[in-house]
Design a protein around this ligand. Sequence first.
Ligand code: NAD
Length: 472
Amino acid sequence: MTDFSTPYRLLMGGELMDTTARLDVVNPATGAVFADCPAAGARELDAAVQAARRALPAWKNLPFAERAACVARFAAALEAHKEPLARLLTQEQGKPIGQSRDEIARAATLSVGITKIPVRDEVILDNAERHIELRWQPLGVAGIITPWNAPVNLAAGPLASALYTGNCAIIKPSPFTPLTTLRIGELLRDILPAGVLGVLAGGDELGGLLTAHPGIDKISFTGSVATGKKVMASCAATLKRVTLELGGNDAAIVLPDVDVADVAKKLFFAATVNSGQVCMAVKRIYAHESIYEALCAALAAEARKAQLGDGLDPATTLGPIQNRRQFERVCELREDARAHGHLEEGAPRPAGGGFFVAPTVATGLAEADRLVAEEQFGPVFPVLKYTDIEDAIRRANDTRYGLSGSVWSRDIEQARRIAAQLEVGTAWVNQHRTTAADVPFGGAKESGLGRVYSRLGLEAYLEPQVISVLKA
Ligand code: NAD
């Protein structure tokens, strides 16, 4: 077991390093700084990239099975250190401790699941005259940039994909939540050859340096649409491969035949888990007019049942918003909704300086109102009425976002047909937020570029190479 009582350090070239530049980390349940850690700049990035490039030839020549074994050891280390990692994740991110444990367990399962996907070279043609084969080559060094809402899970998927396919990697977590990722770097230091992984905490500018660095071949970016566009523009200079996992404004369309109480529970959870700070959270609910009042009442009842508080308290079901900037944004959208519609607010805000927002159901809003049109990334969500299903589909699709969406009905076939009309990367029926290592996930429209997980996700870390032999 690694002792997590030591100071936080960057991982570069197999060594744990300190810097004089520091990042303060705030506990969102109190609003106060509770730790600090080193902050990397251009010098540390250069050193980590050089170490990764030195490690690359040996790493990429290992068989897939050996690299998969390293990922399996990583997953086992996550499981073995789940409790201290979960506590730290809750302290820096805010989510209830049970959700932190789930995130770490899920990161372990997904990582191993990714390495069960075969990557095979293919013979395209083999006859007396010619032999043509398609080989999949690692890209080189991947930069992995993560946001603050699920720092472990959103690092683990790209990391397992990069490592398994023979790439080295450098992770840059969000400056709001660097600590759990730094501890994961310590665990991986004992598992991976020196240099294969770098973990560099740092500010937004470090992300810019990573995307511009000529020694980086691929960027996996998870974050907002606005930053995703900057990442893509910066990567264009060196034609880096990019995977962009961006924001969403997921609609859930509820048909008249549902069990309202049951669906309300599931939708409430999907809209407010991690205080709504989930790319694929339910962010708009379209309910048929015949069940609209009943569904709104059931959702409001769920909101009143929620326990708002410090995520380390086992009774808490809803933690704070992760940072002050996001807290102010969610409050602004809530006040805009109050001015244009009606709010049913749940659990009262605990005393103290934390960034708490009560779960809130907003009704009476129009499509142009900010809470409907923008990604709120908070536990305040609109319920909108529809009469005609075609109109609901049109309104659900009337957005630049296209991450995911869901349809809820007892008539599975009808729901499936409606789901197929949603302009999204994933359309669920009678569920929301279900992902798996062998199922591609990613955004349509401005919600992203490329897919994570599955064979598609792995191919994003590989360059197809054709060997074409003329025999005669
Ligand atoms: P953000 O875009 O502000 O920051 C994400 C990361 O990018 C951070 O590490 C940040 O330091 C870095 N960064 C900032 N400026 C950069 C630049 N110019 N170049 C390179 N890197 C830069 O996002 P956030 O506020 O941390 O996260 C919230 C957003 O992430 C939401 O929109 C959410 O929907 C989205 N998200 C998407 C997914 C998905 O899988 N599609 C998952 C989680 C979160």
